[in-house]
Design a protein around this ligand. Sequence first.
Ligand code: 13P
Length: 249
Amino acid sequence: MRTPLLAGNWKMYKTPQETQAFFDAFLPLVAGAAGRDAAICPPYIDLAVALAAAAGSNVGIGAQNLAAGKEGAMTGEISGHMLKTIGCKYVLVGHSERRQFFGENEAGVLSKTQAALEYGLTPIVCVGELLAQRESGSTEAVLKQQFDGGMAPLSAEQFAKIVIAYEPVWAIGTGKVATPEQAAEAHAYIRGLVAEKFGNAQALAIRILYGGSVKPDNVAGLMSKGDIDGALVGGASLDPKSFAAIVNF
Ligand code: 13P
């Protein structure tokens, strides 16, 4: 009942020219992918090329960040309204790199999620613990704090439109993937938080993606777990063949 979502997060990689080359190679490889959603979130300057290339295909396009609000004197920022206007479908919110390097906190995650929803985008809201937090046994406490601050204040109607991504920070870009069991355990915990706050129907419906060193050779193991509804892929989404293999898992 939950359609898997395989999403690529390109981070700060690729020029518009490289974006065009990616889509030229990638789209034919996933044209037959059924029963799943695919998305790419490139840097802002690549969005126009990505949207034109992916028009009419089965691949949705998203941004990696947005500012709250519609427009204003906000040098360097891009709003959800702008992203929706050019045709974006998704936007990442609260990625650990935004939290780590740009000071994003739960209040900011909440207001950006609300802004994304207000302008008709699907926010992919990221949560996850640091290595030290996992090692000290506070993974669940961290996930609860992120859920309580960034998502629980949404209305039930708003919550029904989001996607959650669990990305343990120690698994991002490290090649150190969480085992399917570790990931499934965290996903089940998050789904339990959803059930407590929004009820069982919402808990059954919400898509929870796993992110952190997902590759063509480990995606099937992760996706075999009932609570894992897709993947948010960094490094392996930069190569058309490798991301196509993940989409076609
Ligand atoms: P990697 O797949 O490169 O570990 O990155 C994961 C990630 O941060 C996706 O948002």
